[in-house]
Design a protein around this ligand. Structure first.
Ligand SMILES: Nc1ncnc2c1ncn2[C@@H]1O[C@H](COP(=O)(O)OP(=O)(O)OP(=O)(O)O)[C@@H](O)[C@H]1O
Ligand SMILES: [Mg+2]
Length: 258
């Protein structure tokens, strides 16, 4: 089991941001988390990565029960995260290669000497993610799409058991987005992949590798289950409160407003 949430609620500044969330991700499952702006997606991710503590309910992440087991850096090292908050914290003068390497130490910036194995692994990840040609360029000179791929490489450096991608396609053009989605598909189809949680507003980004989906609305689980059974015209019309039509192409759902 990767995560288990039982009746979890979160209050911030007197407001319920998450309400009665019950959710389980089993090992090897990849999930998409869909929700509109303000649904509580990022708050939920902060909880899964042990930065927020639930106001009510039980959270267990990678066998660590919040409030019972020590969490801290050990747990965070087992979780890889790519988010806009992380993107802003990376030092612009570091090269793409250094940024990927820093993932081995879960640090922002590189302060320890990497081993040969680490160097080899970073190079392999840069190749796999299609970043090798700009490996020695400084992070600040990279485009948004290039940065996202480098950050995914950084997250994979520590062999995480759980990989969280919070809206990784933000600001990407059509081609960069599709390339990034292809790279994510490849990672998801590795023989021993981390469980991936892919967070987005965009239904068409739910790739075939995300066999499970959770729909989050106003801090509540609107629905969750097998992606293909869940993302129907009726369900999404109800979810968005606008009539929509879902068309599946190459295993991906595309949405049009009727
Ligand atoms: N510390 C906080 N104090 C008060 N309200 C907060 C706090 N953090 C988040 N919120 C509110 O909780 C709600 C959920 O926020 P969250 O960032 O999780 O949404 P989201 O689903 O990630 O949205 P987006 O798609 O825009 O990123 C929002 O209304 C937000 O303003
Ligand atoms: Mg968010």
């Amino acid at each position: 089991m990767v995560i288990q949430l039982d009746d979890v609620s979160l209050m911030r500044d007197g407001k319920w941001i998450l309400k009665d969330i019950t959710w389980k991700i089993n090992k090897g499952e990849h999930w998409a988390l869909l929700g509109l702006n303000g649904a509580g997606k990022t708050a939920l991710l902060h909880m899964l990565s042990a930065y927020y503590f639930p106001t009510k309910g039980n959270v267990t992440v990678l066998q660590k029960r919040f409030g019972k087991d020590p969490l801290g850096e050990d747990l965070r090292k087992r979780i890889g995260i790519v988010s806009s908050t992380l993107q802003e914290r990376i030092y612009g003068e570091d090269s793409a290669y250094q940024v990927v390497l820093s993932g081995a130490f879960a640090s922002i910036g590189l302060y320890q000497t990497p081993t040969d194995d680490m160097r080899q692994k970073a190079q392999q990840l840069l190749k796999e993610l299609g970043c090798f040609e700009y490996a020695n360029r400084s992070y600040s000179t990279l485009s948004q799409g290039e940065r996202q791929r480098v950050l995914i490489g950084r997250a994979l450096m520590a062999d995480p058991e759980f990989l969280i991608l919070d809206e990784p396609t933000i600001g990407l053009d059509f081609i960069a987005r599709e390339q990034l989605l292809e790279a994510i598909s490849r990672i998801a189809n590795h023989t021993n992949p981390a469980s991936i949680l892919y967070v987005t507003h965009h239904v068409e980004e739910v790739l075939p590798c995300f066999q499970h989906t959770l729909l989050l609305k106003a801090g509540n689980v609107f629905a969750s289950g097998m992606t293909e059974e869940l993302l129907t015209n009726d369900m999404l019309t109800d979810f968005f409160k606008v009539p929509v039509n879902v068309e599946w192409k190459k295993g991906r759902p595309f949405l049009t407003k009727i």
